[in-house]
Design a protein around this ligand. Sequence first.
Ligand SMILES: Nc1ncnc2c1ncn2[C@@H]1O[C@H](COP(=O)(O)OP(=O)(O)OP(=O)(O)O)[C@@H](O)[C@H]1O
Ligand SMILES: [Mg+2]
Length: 254
Amino acid sequence: MAEKMKIKEHVESDEIISVSHLKIAFGSNRVLTDFNLGLRKGENVVVLGKSGCGKSVLIKCMVRLLAYDSGSLKVFGKEVQGLSQKELDSMRLRMGFLFQSSALYDSMTVRENLEFPLRRHHISSNKNEVNERVKETLENVGLYHAIDLMPSELSGGMRKRIGLARSLILKPEIMLYDEPTTGLDPITAREISNLMLRLQRTYNTSSIIISHDMHCARLTADRLAVINDGICYAEGTFNTLQASNDPFVKAFFN
Ligand SMILES: Nc1ncnc2c1ncn2[C@@H]1O[C@H](COP(=O)(O)OP(=O)(O)OP(=O)(O)O)[C@@H](O)[C@H]1O
Ligand SMILES: [Mg+2]
């Protein structure tokens, strides 16, 4: 019996994020009403939906920047809203979050921006080790040459890469991307999508990617989920959803 239970647990733990019957409202604004989604280990799920449907709210709930009203949201098998502050800190350490704005510290050089999370989380105080990790991460996003620049000297695409590097330096198991290619020209957007894919393989991360960019979705998604009216309205591979007859789903592929 004990053996059987262990096996079942193992199967369930294949889902690194499990969202079920999630509900969140702001006053009378009912954003998510009964939302369900799972993210398996190593998988990339792209989330689509109209502006204001709750995509950012969803991923903010995952790192508990926002609180949900009811339902369940488990990350690494644990209910996010049941975590103690200490557990929450260690969960966040295993997750990277790429904000739309990149949110770099403008008064710090690229090197200092990358060192900051290592120091804040007391990952390493050994100078050589820190240098090595900064170098390796910058090389992985193709920007080692920018190490001594200030954020104001970077282009939009470079800022995205440095923002990505700053999350990756902590070697997260899960990456949450909020519109990673929005505001970039199509070529740079494509480069960022390719980079996300390559980094997923290098770091073996699982990702939730919010994106309106269908090139990005086609390239990066193992699966897509469409939010509409507070629920997961449709779910499937890029090809399945592209072939859908549903007018709402079809609209994203036009
Ligand atoms: N902290 C908050 N307090 C009150 N309302 C909020 C808060 N955050 C989001 N909302 C509301 O929740 C709804 C969903 O917002 P959200 O930012 O998730 O949209 P989105 O799907 O990410 O849209 P976009 O594609 O424009 O980024 C919106 O109506 C927004 O006004
Ligand atoms: Mg948003």
